[in-house]
Design a protein around this ligand. Structure first.
Ligand code: ADP
Length: 267
């Protein structure tokens, strides 16, 4: 009978079991809610560019424009929205692969100075275009870290792109040093608009944006920081953010460094 099958003997145990089932049901409900909220978000995010594409394609098809210049503008919007759509699809695919644990990492001992030097020319150009100063401060004799080089590049590039996008005056910077704990510390900083304190806890969530329209204007998908956080976590690092509205933002990443691998000579 049921009693022997589930091996419930006392009222106490039945109470505990009931509690466990309640907890489970609550958790399941929460999970379902998050899931449907996520799907609602995804649909909304996909629908917006598609609406633009349909609308402007129609205008062009019906010849509803006054000049060649106007036609060019509409074609440009179509191009931008297609790019956004394909970026969105790529980002969603990446995130779902990571969340299902299906992303493989090629971890090796990496010298972050070498990695940064390969991406600097592009960042320098972007900063110059916006009239921003690029500050680079990389300590000598950095410890190596055991990470996937391409994924690290993605993390740093993503944070630097954000720093550049959300800063109108001043500078953006990258600093790499050995923290007092011995870990490798990567900081990506800017003198930009900053993030309000009460919004800081949410910015790593999918599709969370401080200013929706502003992010859209800059081609943002709202998934960049969610991907960055997943990538950092997967490789055993931690990421935190410090920000002050009107002053700027600093993203700080810590990676455990092998204490015995002090310099490259010992490799
Ligand atoms: P998005 O594609 O919208 O930039 P992200 O996930 O990269 O999405 O960032 C989430 C939100 O966090 C952004 O919409 C923006 O409001 C805020 N944010 C990210 N980086 C910065 C920064 N360096 N300065 C100010 N706000 C930032």
């Amino acid at each position: 009978d049921l009693n022997t099958r589930v091996k419930v003997k006392t009222a106490d145990e039945i109470g505990t079991l009931g509690q466990a089932i309640n907890d489970l049901a609550r958790e399941l409900k929460r999970y379902q809610e998050t899931r449907s909220e996520l799907f609602a978000n995804i649909s909304h995010e996909l629908r917006t560019p598609v609406t633009y594409l349909e609308g402007y394609a129609n205008i062009l098809k019906e010849g509803l424009y006054q000049s060649e210049e106007e036609k060019e503008q509409y074609l440009e919007i179509i191009k931008q929205e297609s790019t956004r759509l394909s970026r969105l699809i790529n980002d969603l695919f990446e995130l779902s692969k990571m969340e299902e644990g299906k992303m493989t990492l090629n971890q090796e001992w990496i010298d972050m100075r070498e990695m940064i030097e390969t991406i600097l020319p592009r960042v320098e150009l972007q900063a110059k275009k916006k009239g921003l100063q690029l500050k680079v401060d990389i300590q000598d004799n950095l410890p190596l870290i055991n990470v996937d080089g391409l994924r690290m590049e993605q993390i740093v590039t993503n944070l630097l792109d954000n720093a550049l996008r959300y800063t109108d005056h001043g500078w953006v910077g990258i600093r790499i040093e050995r923290a007092r704990s011995g870990d490798l510390m990567i900081s990506i900083e800017d003198s930009g608009k900053g993030i309000p304190e009460d919004e800081l806890p949410y910015i790593f969530e999918r599709f969370y944006r401080v200013e929706k329209s502003r992010s859209r204007d800059f081609g943002g998908t709202g998934l960049g920081l969610a991907i960055v956080k997943q990538l950092v976590d997967m490789q055993g690092g931690t990421i935190s953010v410090f920000s002050e509205v009107g002053k700027g933002t600093r993203f700080q990443i810590l990676f455990p460094a092998n204490q015995n691998r002090d310099g490259r000579e010992e490799q």
